[in-house]
Ligand binder design. Structure first.
Ligand code: ADP
Length: 324
């Protein structure tokens, strides 16, 4: 059974009003197709996780989306604009894995610098918003949990604290869209939790967020929508619940000595059967129908119905057919 799933909520045309619009986006590195004809639309206000294992193409997608890497084919638009233009107009704040920090500046100075650089950007007249709009530095420091560290040199901060500085720098332009590439990599559990609590405050104000992660629990907990990537392609797109429902299937486990596996495999609702000693596992497409048939046609006992969790769904979706 192939489990490549599309529960697309991204297919609806959103025109120029989409916060993010990627069409046929493709990037090759030699023999490797890092991103392979990716289509994605994100509407304003959505909080979207780009989820996938290492090497799935998440960072390359984000780099193209921000105009940092040139696609070999396809287009990326943010708010109907080319990425560079959207960034210049202050629509976008980004927290990237590789974002360098100036170690000799204090936290407040570096956030002030980011603010000043943004304010110094070209104003684009009536068509764009005022590119010089910024948030007060103190408010941004507070939001990023940096008030107590404002006077400390950046080079003396822990990895988690530096990540908060990057977050503050992403927020200072008061962006409509925040893009975060693996924002909690290297953070301990407590720092991860604190980071997401801060981000949640932002999303409650209707900001659009796209974050890349390989942590399934982060996608499940913090995103409205999960876009699952594998080998440069989108393999599933929906809410965590939709993805679970479509891929999970259910497994019926029962004790049935001497079972005829071929007969069980032919029961309605059953996709595949495994025998394990006196036990059988029925992998089901429709477990309710399969259960009724099992009970009425066999002496099966000790029956359990097990749902596959999101973790299993994730592994299945990102592993199966990976060679294809
Ligand atoms: P992810 O962010 O999901 O871990 P990446 O976008 O970093 O995935 O990488 C996707 C694929 O492209 C991987 O196979 C990676 O090795 C390859 N790749 C990414 N960047 C480069 C590069 N600059 N040169 C060569 N290969 C690259």
């Amino acid at each position: 059974m192939t489990e490549t799933v599309l529960t697309r909520s991204s297919g609806k045309p959103a025109g120029d009003r989409a916060a993010v619009s990627l069409r046929g986006l493709t990037k090759r590195y030699g023999q490797v197709t890092a991103v392979d004809g990716l289509d994605l639309t994100i509407r304003p206000g959505e909080v979207v996780a780009l989820l996938g294992p290492n090497g799935a193409g998440k960072s390359t997608t984000i780099d193209m989306l921000l105009g940092l890497t040139r696609p070999d084919a396809g287009t990326a638009q943010l708010f109907g604009l080319p990425p560079g233009e959207a960034i210049r107009r202050g629509h976008v704040g980004a927290l990237l894995q590789s974002g360098g920090l100036l170690p000799d500046l204090t936290v407040r100075e570096i956030v002030q610098l980011a603010s000043a650089l943004h304010r110094g950007g070209p104003a684009r007249g009536a068509a764009g918003r005022d590119s010089r709009r910024t948030r007060p530095v103190d408010a941004v420091l507070d939001r990023a949990g940096l008030t107590d560290l404002a006077g400390r040199r950046v080079g003396r901060l822990s990895g988690g604290q530096q990540q908060r500085v990057r977050f503050a720098m992403a927020l200072v332009a008061d962006p409509d869209l925040i893009v975060l590439d693996e924002p909690t990599t290297g953070l301990d559990v407590e720092a991860r939790r604190a980071f997401w609590a801060q981000l949640r405050e932002e999303t409650q104000q209707g900001r659009t967020v796209l974050f890349a992660t390989h942590y399934l629990d982060e996608a499940d907990s913090y995103a409205d929508r999960i876009v699952l990537m594998r080998a440069g392609q989108v393999v599933a797109d929906g809410t965590a619940g939709q993805i679970k429902a479509v891929v999970s299937g259910r497994t019926i486990r029962a004790t049935l000595p001497g079972a005829d596996l071929a007969t069980l495999a032919a029961l309605p609702g059953v996709d595949r059967v495994e025998g394990r000693g006196d036990s059988v596992l029925l992998h089901c497409i429709d477990s309710d129908t399969a259960l009724r048939a099992l009970i009425t046609t066999t002496p099966a006992r000790d029956i359990e119905v097990v749902a596959r969790g999101l973790e299993d769904a994730f592994i299945a979706l990102t592993m199966e057919g990976a060679q294809s």
